[in-house]
Design a protein around this ligand. Sequence first.
Ligand code: FDP
Length: 358
Amino acid sequence: MVHPQTPGGCVQTSVTTIERFILDQEDRYPEATGELSNLLYDIALAAKIIAAAIRRAGLVNILGAQGAENVQGEQQQKLDFLANETIKNSLKHTGRVCVMGSEEDEDIIPVPPESSVGKYAVLFDPLDGSSNIDVNSAVGTIFSIYRRISLEGRGTVADVLQPGCLQVAAGYIMYGSSTMLVYTTGQGVHGFTLDPTIGEFLLSHERIITPRVGQYYSVNESNFGRWDKAVQTAVRGLKGDVPDAVKPKNSRYIGSLVADFHRNLIAGGVFLYPADSKNTNGKLRLLYEASPMAFIAEQAQGSATDGLNRILDIVPTHLHQRTPLVIGSREDVGFVADMIRRVTTSSATSGAGSQPAS
Ligand code: FDP
């Protein structure tokens, strides 16, 4: 990582800020207007405000539930509310956005009538992994940007209901032991670490490539009895049941998608949130979680499916749609799909169905 103040006290005089990096990338496209670059800075600024609030959270009594429930019926945490408002306020008056969608809001979020509109639709999960907030574990923000498809005026719901393969940018911010912003505009995946001493995101991970085979599998195994037989068999395989097909993996699960995904992106691994008998379409949201992470995974040479099908090909039908998710190192995601396909086919031919294994 590049840090302006090295441990020896020697000042590093050449650093790449996120601003310079985005501008350098934009220079490669003579037709670029700069609107997307500016939108990415707007998000980076919102991230700094949220990071500062999270750092102070234990001190200023903003931990804990706010009392209201969000559209998913979950208790809205105070920091969820703050993060949601921060992002909306950072984007709505910029003239770069035509409509927004947030995991915390039931409907699309229009740009206020007094503000001009731009050509981008932005979707975000303002504070993902929020059940970790009260125990001071890593949480994150996820964002996804599409070019509008409506021709004029304020954006519409059609602008946000686009398949993930049409994203123009996606990224996440992880508020962990340090704050990192990782994004892609379809030109590889790049990571920046916030230097709190100068308040800038500095390039720390250029062109991230995830290992083809990972060392970790990450899944909430307390759901094991609620998975169908195909998923159970795949997870058993990751643990070592079929060593000829896949090297047994170590388990790591935080329960915070951004943190689990980030670890596997860097170290290699596969994250699964399959459907189960309680969450029959999985738990994670296609538009706010699965699609942006899938874009990043593929740009880092990993992959992402719903168990069988590519996430980026799914055409959403509603804003808060959920999907099963298997994401990470390419060969591991492929292994899970092979196992699911094999068990499902053999259960269908034997007439046994794919009910939970005993
Ligand atoms: P959370 O409910 O804490 O906001 O979709 C949200 C999410 O966290 C993901 O970040 C995380 O991967 C998953 O849910 C954890 O779910 P489980 O607690 O069911 O494992």
